[in-house]
Write a protein that binds this ligand. Structure first.
Ligand code: PRP
Length: 216
């Protein structure tokens, strides 16, 4: 039996994924050592490997088959646009992709004006404004702390993730439009799904069962 390899997005999503997998009997003791400097973790008995990567790289590892399975946010999947199968909504990491800004920017979104939009997600922002709203905008790519942009006059609005809304509130900004809901998704390499069909189907069935039982 060959190893099934999982690519997990470093941080909270990886921790929640491992907790979920543990409930269906998939474990990786090695990974629990907080002092470890290892990058790849093996469960010899179950023939599984796990590694952590930057969230934005998870779809790349899965598309190229370096990982069979990945867990990453829907935001990253939409932004990266990789060829892979999205097979399961894991139901955690829930948040929303939104257009945000000061209340005064609300009018600019109605008037079809050319405005500047700052975002860590230029693909999602461009798609929303050009294809869903038919509004021509200038997209400015940023790498973090995007809420700064409208405050310091870099852009009129931002496209960003809103979870609790706390960051917006503390900075005098608000949700102006909602683009889509987001959550953690499981993705599978297209060839792996064929070659390891039985093992992957079993994993998905177990996870589905668990997620549905938690909902009820
Ligand atoms: C994310 C997002 C918002 C914030 C939203 O940023 O970009 O800034 O969280 O969360 P809230 O609605 O609960 O306040 P992250 O912490 O990932 O860092 P970043 O600003 O560097 O992107």
């Amino acid at each position: 039996m060959r190893y099934l390899t999982f690519a997990l997005a470093k941080g909270r999503l990886a921790k929640q994924t491992l907790a979920l997998l543990e409930q269906i009997g998939i474990t990786c003791e090695e990974m629990k050592d907080p002092d470890t400097r290892k990058l790849i973790f093996v469960n010899e008995e179950q023939k599984l490997k796990f590694f952590l990567s930057k969230a934005t790289d998870v779809p790349t590892y899965v598309e190229y088959g370096a990982a069979d399975i990945g867990v990453v946010g829907k935001d990253t999947l939409l932004e990266e646009g990789r060829n892979l199968y999205e097979v399961l909504d894991l139901g955690f990491g829930k948040c929303r992709m939104c257009v945000c800004g000061p209340a005064s920017a609300r009018e600019l979104l109605k008037k079809n004006e050319i405005i500047r939009v700052a975002s860590k997600y230029p693909v999602i922002a461009k798609d929303y404004f050009n294809h869903q709203k038919n509004q021509t905008v200038e997209i400015i790519k940023l790498n973090g702390s995007v809420e700064l942009a409208p405050i310091v006059g870099l852009s009129e609005v931002i496209v960003d993730i809103v979870e609790t809304g706390g960051t917006l509130k503390e900075n005098g900004l608000e949700v102006l439009e909602e683009i889509c809901p987001l959550s953690a998704r499981m993705v599978v390499n297209q060839v792996s799904l064929k070659m390891e069909n039985a093992r992957i189907r079993k994993l998905l069935a177990d996870l589905n069962h668990l997620i549905n039982s938690e909902k009820n």
